[in-house]
Ligand binder design. Structure first.
Ligand code: FAD
Ligand code: NAD
Ligand code: FES
Length: 277
């Protein structure tokens, strides 16, 4: 059992849970994730390790409440527990050793770029984070990222920082030049847009893919994605890949496969409705 030590709201539907998981806190690397099962009958869901405190033996999970499992997890209070946390899973982030990196985070994806920015900063890489939210209250991890380098905040409605998508600010940085690598995590259309932006500049771009996962060990094929014309399993080959090679259409298509079942699970959290199952 993994005890919740803190539950903090970061935005209207995003909660940060600090959870006891000492072994994972000690060995996790940027880019890795865990698979969490809240209780005996719960679904297994993948969540990025957004931060860790090895001394305290805790990891931070930053969770956007979008469906049944994420709503249940974000409702957990200090003292309550998560039954299983498997990990760390996935390949660690491909990091540069020197130079200049831009870390682009869209919405809750900002929590996923945070450990990448942490590791780059530790190596002495100059980090500029471009982070975005629909409006001021949706911007997360700004203070944490400011400790690691420059931060450009964007909001869709202009209520805070620069008005517009994160792609607008990223384009300006690319045009100014001197960028060695871009890391982008957020909604699929955003990761696609960032990859399309960097391609003509010839800047290597890494995106973190979020297909539906089941076992997280490369056996079920649920997380199949296509990269450079080859089938990859995001749980063991990724979740980070070269954005210039990812088939984003296939990813978006596969992410919508279980819409009917996901809605049924949300409408009938006791499991009584079998619509679409
Ligand atoms: P469901 O009922 O399963 O789905 C509700 C809605 O969310 C549907 O619209 C559905 O299409 C969409 N959805 C379902 N699964 C995903 C998915 N994998 N990605 C995007 N949309 C999805 N979420 C976080 O909030 N924080 C994280 O740090 C985080 N890290 C992730 C790391 C990896 C490697 C992967 C693969 C996913 C990550 N996700 C993260 C997404 C998270 O796993 C899903 O949001 C979650 O499984 C949804 O479960 P649910 O039962 O609440 O919603
Ligand atoms: P959102 O829809 O509020 O968008 C956040 C920001 O992304 C916007 O403010 C904007 O700056 C940018 N953006 C959105 N659409 C864009 C587009 N078409 N072009 C350019 N920029 C765009 O984000 P949200 O509701 O917080 O959702 C975050 C997304 O991140 C979810 O779709 C989730 O699946 C994904 N996610 C991915 C991972 C991963 O590991 N890859 C982990 C967690 C979440
Ligand atoms: Fe089963 Fe990746 S989640 S193969």
């Amino acid at each position: 059992m993994h005890r919740i030590v803190a539950n903090r709201r970061l935005s209207p539907n995003v909660i940060r849970l600090d959870v006891e998981a000492p072994r994972i806190a000690e060995i996790r690397q940027a880019g890795q994730f865990v698979i969490v099962r809240r209780g005996p009958k719960a679904e297994r869901i993948p969540l990025t390790i957004a931060d860790a405190d090895a001394a305290a033996g805790t990891i931070a999970l930053v969770i956007q409440a979008v469906g049944k499992s994420t709503r249940e997890l974000t409702a957990l209070q200090p003292g309550e527990s998560i039954q299983d946390i498997s990990g760390p899973l996935g390949m660690p982030t491909e990091l540069i050793e020197k130079g200049r990196a831009v870390c682009v985070g869209g919405g809750v994806g900002t929590a996923v770029v945070h450990p990448i920015a942490q590791s780059l900063h530790k190596r002495g890489v100059h980090v500029t984070s471009v982070i975005g939210g629909r409006a001021k209250e949706w911007v997360i991890f700004e203070q944490e990222l400011r400790q690691l380098g420059d931060v450009v905040v964007c909001t869709d409605d202009g209520s805070y920082g620069r008005k517009g998508f994160v792609t607008d600010a990223t384009k300006d940085l690319l045009t100014a030049g001197g960028i060695d690598i871009v890391y982008a995590v957020g909604p699929v259309p955003m990761m696609r847009a960032v990859s399309n932006l960097t391609r003509p500049f010839g800047v290597h771009t890494i995106v973190s893919l979020n297909p539906v996962m089941v076992d997280g060990t490369g056996m079920c094929g649920g997380c199949r994605v296509e990269v450079g014309g080859k089938t990859k399993f995001a749980c063991v080959d990724g979740p980070e890949f070269d954005g210039h090679l990812v088939d984003f259409d296939l990813l978006a298509d596969r992410l919508s496969t279980y819409r009917i079942q996901e809605k049924a699970a949300l409408d009938h959290p006791d499991g009584t409705c079998r619509v679409g199952l």
